[in-house]
Design a protein around this ligand. Structure first.
Ligand code: FMN
Length: 356
């Protein structure tokens, strides 16, 4: 017999109330100062433990690898982005990037020496660096930098051959999409969270097209720290989509599940730890709209920070300690008879605060 069942109801209610009061009091107390908050999350709750460790693992990985992955370099991407920003400044400085040009050339040399490095990334970096050396006052730069750059570039004969330089261009020459605001509004309205799908495999070609469109989303310093793990086999899809909460009742009919993950190894410091979520979410939104244009529907799925879910996902995808799931996405061909919640939205008047 358990104690709960023999307690009189008023006493049970009293205990529940006292417990709630105690919790409120402890929240009030530990939220008074940052030090107390840290004590709370050190001794009374381990909710942030995994995130803390992942951030430190990310810093360690960055310090060791300098953002160099198998075929892409975060450091190179970030620094080339910074140099591009220097090149578009009005007025452009005669000399810039002095604090990081040496590291950039180092990253370029390392990438150029690696045959499996993304040749398009390398071409972009090479074109931008070439423009940089043509634009700055060379005589004020360490002459070795240009020599090292030329050597590394000549050592990579496999760079994609195209007349188009991967360098800054004018607003006037930018692509203008033939999409009216009415058409975009229609697309945004068309995209709704769909949870009932036809029992039909999702085309990989379409998924790849959609991911290429998603990758055009903005990303802090153009690092694109995310990856898409796609389970397009129904059994695998169900295995993954059942891991988070929030999919009960429809998990069994989702033909394809995408797990959006992102890697904290892209950042040397804690201050950028939220970028994985921001960049991941921006790409995920663009992915959902892209899927719509390809005749596919989707439903974003929350990734709750629950230790047992995290452990299951890490095991299922064999994720390194620096990689965190951001969210999941159910994808498929919407079932004509499946219903969709109305989901009333807020208006601009409710959402905007003009700042005076
Ligand atoms: C971050 C995020 C997490 C979500 N998680 C779930 C989920 O776990 N299960 C689910 O059925 N829908 C989930 N949704 C879908 C929302 O319920 C849905 O976007 C919202 O009700 C608005 O409907 P709409 O997407 O059709 O506009 C999630 C949406 C977002 C953006």
């Amino acid at each position: 017999m358990n104690l709960k069942s023999i307690l009189p109801k008023p006493l049970k209610r009293f205990i529940i109330l006292q417990r709630a009061r105690g919790q409120l009091l402890s929240l009030w107390f530990f939220s008074r100062t940052r030090f107390l908050s840290s004590l709370y999350y050190c001794f009374f709750s381990r909710q942030f433990a995994r995130e803390h460790q992942a951030v430190l693992n990310g810093r360690l990985a960055f310090a060791r690898e300098q953002g160099m992955g198998q075929n892409s370099s975060t450091l190179l991407r970030r620094n080339i982005h910074r140099i591009e920003k220097g090149l578009i400044m009005q007025p452009r400085k005669a000399l810039f990037a002095l604090g990081y040009i040496n590291a950039t050339i180092g990253a370029f040399e390392q990438a150029a020496a690696n045959k499996s490095h993304d040749q398009h990334e390398l071409k972009w970096a090479g074109d931008v660096l070439s423009e940089y050396f043509n634009s700055v006052e060379l005589d004020k730069l360490d002459a070795q930098l240009k020599i090292r750059f030329d050597g590394a570039r000549q050592g990579s004969p496999d760079l994609p051959k195209t007349d188009q330089q991967s360098v800054p261009y004018t607003f006037a020459s930018k692509i203008q999409a033939p999409v009216s605001s009415e058409a975009f509004l229609a697309l945004c309205t068309q995209r709704r969270s769909v949870r009932w799908f036809e029992s039909k495999a999702v085309s990989r070609e379409l998924l790849e097209q959609a991911v290429n469109m998603a990758a055009l989303a903005p990303s802090a310093c153009n690092r694109l720290p995310y990856q898409f793990y796609i389970a397009d086999d129904k059994a695998q899809s169900q295995r993954l989509i059942e891991i988070p909460l929030g999919t009960q009742g429809f998990a069994q009919n989702v033909p394809c599940t995408i797990v959006v993950t992102a890697d904290l190894a892209n950042y040397p410091t804690e201050r950028d730890r939220h970028l994985i979520y921001i960049d991941g979410a921006l790409a995920a939104m663009q992915l959902m709209l892209a899927l719509e244009t390809l005749g596919l529907s989707s439903c974003p799925i929350n990734w709750p920070d629950i230790e047992r879910c995290e452990r299951k996902m890490v095991k299922a995808l064999d994720l390194p300690a620096t990689v965190r799931p951001i969210m999941l996405m159910a994808v498929g061909y919407g079932h004509a008879d499946g219903k969709i919640p109305f989901s009333h939205k807020k208006s601009a008047q409710q959402l905007i605060h003009y700042v005076h």
